[in-house]
Design a protein around this ligand. Structure first.
Ligand code: CA
Length: 240
């Protein structure tokens, strides 16, 4: 069974969430602030498969929590809860290394669906579950002297290895599958993020900026991850 850590200081919210997740067959633990969440997640045996992380916390906030996790090479999938009407929080969250977000107040079934999406991708990445609906991706993908390992979610460059988050790897995989074709932002929203026409598409652009920093020699002049104006993006394996 999957185990989720709920990081939320409002106790009634945290307990309600825990109760509902457990009714859905997902075990849940609670951390009331960022510091205790970090102690838990950076501990030797944490057994946490995903994190539901509130932004507004006493002490260090959710952005700081996720930054510290990623800096410590802890890549557990993180679903961030933001206050409604704060798109800048979403962008800041993705910048810090968040995998997905939901605005408060949220509908519980939506939260469960998003969490399941993250858990499924994590299992897929770990190779512990083969979903029949998802054709098996190659274990590794080589392009232009780089190797992307979908098992470990690592990108091996000439002189360094970069650890990708689940959603970064998922987005790259989606673009690679459609190598040479234009992929619309709408299709990325639907196929990578599981729909969400309400999602701010700048969140995608933010991911692309990060991926370019990883795979492009000159991120401002991309040769692999091309912008197709007004439509979306195109991945080209062989740089011209
Ligand atoms: Ca809070």
């Amino acid at each position: 069974m999957s185990r989720v850590l709920i990081v939320e200081d409002e106790e009634h919210l945290a307990l309600g969430l825990k109760f509902n997740l457990e009714a859905e067959g997902i075990d849940a633990d609670i951390a009331g602030d960022g510091e205790s969440a970090l102690r838990r997640l950076l501990g030797a045996a944490n057994h946490i498969d995903a994190v539901v992380l509130d932004v507004m916390l006493p002490g260090i906030n959710g952005f700081e929590v996720v930054s510290q996790l990623r800096n410590a090479k802890q890549y557990v999938p993180v679903l961030m809860l933001t206050a409604r009407g704060r798109p800048e929080d979403v962008l800041r969250g993705f910048e810090a290394g968040v995998d997905d977000y939901l605005a408060k107040p949220f509908e519980l079934p939506i939260l469960v669906a998003r969490l399941r999406g993250l858990l499924r991708r994590k299992q897929w990445a770990a190779g512990t579950e083969m979903n029949a609906a998802q054709p098996q991706a190659p274990a590794t993908y080589d392009f232009d002297g780089k190797t992307l390992d979908f098992g470990t979610l690592q990108l091996h460059l000439k002189d360094q290895t970069i650890q990708l988050t689940v959603m970064e790897a998922e987005l790259l995989r989606h673009l690679i599958r459609k190598e040479g074709q234009v992929v619309s932002r709408k299709s990325i929203l639907e196929d990578v993020w599981d729909l969400r026409e309400d999602t701010d598409t700048r969140a995608i652009d933010n991911f692309i900026v990060r991926l370019r920093r990883y795979i492009e020699e000159v991120p401002a002049k991309p040769k692999h991850l091309l912008t197709v104006r007004g439509v979306g993006y195109k991945f080209v394996a062989k740089a011209k």
